[in-house]
Design a protein around this ligand. Structure first.
Ligand code: ATP
Length: 588
């Protein structure tokens, strides 16, 4: 397939803002592709070159790309930079550069999809001295053979921002339309297959070759992470207990640990650890890996847990911010591991001995988990828990009142939580944990879903997780930093991010430096001292109050918002919803 044909698809996708039209364009492209083209197309329509859980990266920054464009076209870097600043897109600058180029290669080779794909994937393999120059050469080589439109999309792919507005949902719907009947059930079947494989290439091929049955055969594979099941927030302990399970179902209460969620894949001595965003953090946690090797007796399994850091002298828990240093660390990992040792608190088993357990009840899965842990262990624990039997046991009866001291949440005296349950919650908080997780023991595992099978309770007024939408350079001493940030939440009806306020305080210089560096890589538009950014950076925000306000798209504004921390473990899809902002506003 010629690269120009793919560029034509990109341009058509870019030209419409209608989700239905985008789906139709993809459906047509997927249907027309042969068996070799399909997997490539599925990846490249979203500009993906690697599976999200691999640590491979192209390693080409904006400035290297700029040099590659200059090399391919003979246009000066200053001129390229100027177009970049004007349009906010280096892809546009590349297209302009090719149009105005002062030099040509002698032989133009027509770009093919396979050729571009393979050349770009090669880049991740270059290491050591001279690797930068080699990367520039490869990108420049592709650009020399490109026409302006092709150059635009080669550069956008290199930089990881294709800007054609294709999300997971569009690809899912197009696969369901192209290879199944496009019905709601077909869409669900595609979605389910994606949740267990995390790979639309496989899903598209299975749908094409085997239809609905082919999709049903896709299952968990070791070392290919599964999307994790997410929790809903309960505003009170009693409300959470009522929502998580029907009276005839059992409930498990577990401490909510403040650490890094870990999906652990094990085959013999091979162990890999993935975060909830499916990043591979195995290298960063050699101590956790050693504990798993030693204390998990199963040969082949996928377990889930929370990795929690503690102070080696006092054995007190360390907050997530401290532990997150271990995720970012590339060097001196052993030293870091002795500074902040960890315990893994396990709470689920998704796969055991060749069999996926996703459709088993939590009760069964936890039975499997208990069965694979060796008796003697310190750095690996079952998460602290307590079981509530179904309703005819006294524990699920309404409390007889008088027991609540009102210190937790706003449970009244008629809450569904009994004394022992409240005491368990208080013990969790007293020992420095975040709160409790409430789990329905009769429920299956739903990858990637925020279903109500798992609820989390933390004391109110809870902070919000919001995404940065725009930013402004600060004034005075901090004028080198993007310190004024607009924050958005998610409108669940439209999927759009809507703004809820502006933040200017709460960060240290170091945090501000890190934030600025992250945001600079995401700039889409510049105007004076203001920039628009891709909504990628998620912050945990505290505030004093929520007010109604016509100033922001959400209709609400946070009063006195304060930066609490960067949520490196969350993406834009995880930010709090407008419904939650509204509920908190109503509850205050
Ligand atoms: P939060 O901001 O409250 O940490 P989140 O948005 O990161 O939540 P949720 O799925 O909403 O993620 O909350 C559940 C998270 O709590 C899990 O992702 C996991 O990392 C963590 N956690 C801690 N203890 C447990 C536990 N016992 N069972 C399940 N998850 C737990």
């Amino acid at each position: 397939m010629k690269y120009a044909e793919l560029v034509d698809i990109y341009r058509r996708l870019d030209a419409t803002s209608s989700g239905l039209e985008k789906t139709a364009i993809l459906t047509e492209a997927f249907s027309a592709a042969d068996e070799h083209q399909l997997p490539l197309l599925v990846k490249l329509v979203r500009g993906r070159l690697y599976a999200p859980w691999t640590s491979e990266e192209l390693g080409v920054s904006s400035s290297l790309t700029q040099r590659a464009i200059a090399k391919a076209t003979g246009v000066s870097e200053a001129e390229i930079e100027e177009t970049w600043r004007e349009t906010g897109d280096l892809g546009d600058a590349a297209a302009a550069g090719i149009t105005n180029r002062t030099q040509r290669t002698l032989v133009d080779t027509e770009l093919t999809v396979r050729g571009v794909h393979d050349a770009l994937r090669e880049l991740a393999t270059y290491e050591g001295a001279g690797s930068e120059e080699r990367r520039i050469d490869v990108v420049a080589g592709l650009l020399s053979d490109a026409d302006p439109e092709e150059a635009r999309y080669v550069v956008r792919t290199v930089l990881g921002h294709l800007r054609v507005g294709i999300g997971d949902g569009t690809v899912r719907d197009a696969i369901a339309d192209a290879f199944l009947d496009g019905s709601e059930e077909a869409v669900t079947a595609v979605e389910r297959a994606y949740q267990v494989t995390n790979d639309y290439r496989e899903v598209a091929q299975a749908a094409r070759d085997g239809g609905r049955d082919g999709l049903a055969e896709l299952d968990i594979e070791l070392f290919r992470p599964v999307e994790v099941m997410l929790a809903r927030k309960a505003e009170t302990l009693s409300g959470g207990l009522e929502d998580v399970a029907a009276p005839e179902e059992g409930v498990l209460l577990e401490y909510k640990f403040d650490g890094v969620r870990a999906q652990i894949h094990k085959r013999g001595a091979d162990v890999r650890v993935f975060t909830r965003r499916l990043e591979d953090v195995t290298e960063q946690f050699p101590d956790a890996v050693a504990a798993i090797r030693e204390h998990v007796t199963a040969q082949r399994c996928v377990l889930e847990g929370e990795i929690v850091g503690y102070d080696p002298d006092t054995r007190a828990l360390v907050p997530f911010q401290a532990l997150s240093k271990r995720i970012k660390r590339k060097y001196d990992i052993a030293e870091m591991a002795s500074e902040i040792p960890v315990v893994v608190h396990l709470f689920d088993c998704l796969y055991l001995a060749g069999r996926a357990l996703l459709d088993e009840s939590a009760r069964e899965r936890l039975g499997a988990l208990d069965g694979v842990l060796s008796p003697e262990r310190e750095e690996l624990e079952r998460a602290t828990h307590r079981t509530l039997p179904p309703a005819d046991g006294a524990n699920r009866e309404k409390s007889d009142g008088g027991s609540s001291d009102g210190s937790i949440g706003s449970d009244g005296e008629d809450g569904a939580a009994d004394d022992a349950t409240r005491a368990f919650y208080e013990a969790a908080l007293d020992t420095g944990h975040e709160g409790l997780m409430l789990k329905n023991l009769d429920a299956t595992y739903q990858p990637g879903r925020r279903v109500g099978y798992m609820m989390k309770v933390k004391p109110v007024m809870e902070p919000l997780d919001l995404v940065v939408t725009r930013a402004q350079w600060s004034e005075g001493r901090r004028s080198d930093f993007l310190g004024r940030l607009f924050l958005g939440c998610r409108n669940p009806e439209t999927g759009e991010i809507v703004e809820v306020g502006r933040l200017a305080t709460g960060y240290t210089d170091e945090e501000l430096r890190e934030l600025t560096a992250r945001l600079e890589g995401l700039v889409t538009e510049r105007e004076g001292r203001r920039v628009d950014v891709e909504p990628e950076v998620v912050l945990e925000i505290e505030y004093e109050e929520i007010q109604r306000s016509p100033e922001y798209g959400s209709g609400f504004a946070l009063r006195f918002p304060r930066f609490e921390r960067i949520r490196v473990d969350l993406g834009p899809e995880d930010v709090d919803s407008l419904d939650r902002v509204r509920r908190l506003y109503e509850d205050q």
